[in-house]
Ligand binder design. Structure first.
Ligand SMILES: Cc1cc2nc3c(=O)[nH]c(=O)nc-3n(C[C@H](O)[C@H](O)[C@H](O)COP(=O)(O)OP(=O)(O)OC[C@H]3O[C@@H](n4cnc5c(N)ncnc54)[C@H](O)[C@@H]3O)c2cc1C
Length: 320
């Protein structure tokens, strides 16, 4: 039987899990990533006090040992995916969500407004990956907007980067926060102040630099489509003096990737046309996808399951 060749785009948990399973069955696997290391968000997003490089190596090393070929430093776009699809039997798109939603409020372009993923990345490049000596330094008060795991990590890293006070501003209540109770407790143990029912509506600036944030006091209304009670503005406002505003209001796809328009997407997320378990086929026959880019921001476990199910689909189809 002719050798099966698979190109994987994204060396995060989905891509690594797929690679490991396929390599174990003799499939030739090339893994492309725009970074110069594997692990995806586990490496450049989650800080080392939560996941150490040794734990990530447990996912990358078996791929290397089994003969997986990493091709790093390749920032690919849709045109590249389509070209890979002509050279490989299958292409697996597992390139995650690399952007953070813009705050979209007046003043959100002031000096001192930071994007949580970029901030975490800069910290991890220095502290965790040892690739720079460029650890961010904060002086004063940081307000982190959001209450998911990106917000909790962003706040805990702000503390470690010198912020004297770190406040999380979240428009719903503690019960609706997307992060776990344990993550919230860890942030509080680090001295982070959690302010609920607090919705930033404007960033104040002085001489082009953040000096505060205006927040609307919220209350909870009827449940929305997510099942959580909707935050409703009360018309009352509160000002918080601060030096930084860190946006962590949701990861989104990098729209710049989609430069052809052949692979069906919805707001930048890949649209699956068929699935076997968590193996998702795109609108291009031999291009499959998995992980956050198709499921939305989920977890490492969900991404690993996607990668395994994609491999299982190939293994079953080709009786490997
Ligand atoms: C700060 C933070 C904390 C988190 N904490 C947890 C947690 O505690 N527990 C948990 O289970 N989950 C957590 N998550 C979620 C989890 O990390 C993700 O769900 C998971 O990493 C998604 O895996 P993935 O393989 O889909 O993509 P990713 O991990 O995002 O990997 C995608 C890879 O693709 C590469 N890439 C992107 N674009 C391109 C391109 N155009 N060309 C080439 N390569 C590209 C990236 O460099 C990256 O290596 C956290 C996420 C964040 C951001």
């Amino acid at each position: 039987m002719a050798e099966i060749k698979v190109a994987i785009v994204g060396a995060g948990p989905a891509g690594l899990a797929a690679a490991k399973e396929l390599l174990g069955k003799g499939v030739k696997v090339d893994i492309y990533d725009r970074e110069n290391f594997g692990g995806g968000v586990m490496s450049f997003g989650i800080p080392s006090f939560r996941i150490k490089m040794e734990a990530i190596a447990k996912q990358t090393q078996p791929v290397i040992d089994l003969g997986g070929n990493f091709i790093f430093g390749k920032d690919l776009k849709e045109s590249d995916f389509l070209e890979l699809a002509t050279k490989y039997d299958y292409v697996y798109l597992a390139f995650g969500l690399t952007k953070v939603r813009h705050l979209g409020i007046p003043g959100d372009n002031l000096d001192g407004v930071l994007n949580a993923l970029e901030f975490l990345r800069q910290y991890n490049f220095d502290e965790k990956l040892g690739l720079t000596t460029n650890r961010p330094k904060l002086n004063g008060t940081a307000v982190v907007v959001g209450a998911g795991n990106v917000a909790m990590d962003g706040a805990r890293v702000a503390v470690r980067c010198g912020a004297e006070k770190t406040i999380i501003a979240y428009r719903r209540s503690r019960e609706e926060a997307p992060c776990t109770a344990a993550e919230m407790k860890q942030a509080e143990d680090d001295g982070v102040v959690l302010k609920f029912l607090t919705n930033p509506v404007e960033v104040y600036g002085k001489d082009g630099k953040v000096c505060g944030v205006k927040c609307e006091v919220m209350e909870l209304g009827e449940p929305d489509e997510s099942g959580r009670r909707r935050p409703v503005g009360t018309g009352k406002f509160e000002d918080i003096a601060c030096d930084y505003v860190i946006s962590a209001i949701g990861q989104i796809p990098d729209m710049d990737v989609w430069n052809v328009g052949k692979i069906a997407t919805d707001h930048g997320y890949i649209k699956a046309v068929a699935n076997e378990g968590e193996s998702f086929q795109t609108s291009v026959e031999n291009i499959y996808t998995g992980g956050d880019i198709v499921k939305g921001a989920k977890t490492i476990g969900v991404a690993v399951k996607c990668g395994k199910d994609f491999a299982k689909m190939i293994i079953t189809k080709h009786q490997l």
